[in-house]
Design a protein around this ligand. Sequence first.
Ligand code: ASP
Length: 322
Amino acid sequence: MRKIAIIHTGGTIAMAEDQAGSVAPVSDHPLSEHLNELQSKALIEEIFLFDLPSPHMTPVKMLELGQKISQLIETECFDGVIVTHGTDTLEETAYFLDLFLHVGAPIVITGAMRSSNEVGSDGLYNLMSAIRVVCDNEAQNKGIMVVMNDEIHSAAYCTKTSTSNIATFQSPQFGPIGILTKQDVYFYHKWIKHDQIEFDTITKTVPLIKAYAGMDQAFIESICRLPLDGLVIEAFGQGNLPPDIVYPLVKLIKASIPVVIVSRSFMGVVQPTYGYDGGGQQLKERGLFFAKRLSGPKARIKLMALLEAKYNWEQIKDTLET
Ligand code: ASP
């Protein structure tokens, strides 16, 4: 039998609804009472690392989680790890772990959209699915997998798409890498290896902002006055910005602070196409980086990791733009 660790970090999967309909953490983890029945599938050890609603998650805590997983796999010889997590920031933690961990053992992150005592609660079901995936013979070397609602997604591409639907996690551009049926686990996309970055601290200040029609210079200047290490902007379409905000961004670049463009469209890839004022070609000429295939929150995590790992200007550009 495989030896698996379940690391709890909080989220709806660790919560219950009270009579007034308010969902909040409970003193005993609701999944722990099922541990005996789950032990028939694998040798399972539960670890209670955090008890956080995931809006309280931070990159520093993600690093602590990543270091714990490394220790379990490399020193304590666990065959796989499951992380339970709130769904709100799950995709950021999953991607952080994808960059940080350099292990082939299966690592799955899961959560729930309905708390433990709600009708149709999906926490136990998703945990059981996560155990099945981690125990599957083909689950090695797949990066961090997000398992929810009978689907397996790659951390790099999945996102929470619905506020409340249990089918919330989707990979809009590429689809899931696998599915679960009642009897089987099927992987049907080959996992392409992503970047792995060496870092063991996480200290950089990298805000994420979203472009909107009529965005004005005073607003962006107030952001640029903050002590920044980098800035990520969800730009329009293929990577275009309102012309008024370009000048303050160029000042940041001149001060050696990387400014990274992603798209606020949730499909497609940014590329410098347009030559008008604020258009992608002009942004590229002025030194903004175009982060390929990443959402805003994930590009922010990646830029923080690259800065922490002391990549130089060209290395940051190449890693983001390849
Ligand atoms: N707000 C909750 C959280 O992210 C939602 C969830 O767990 O699904 O912790």
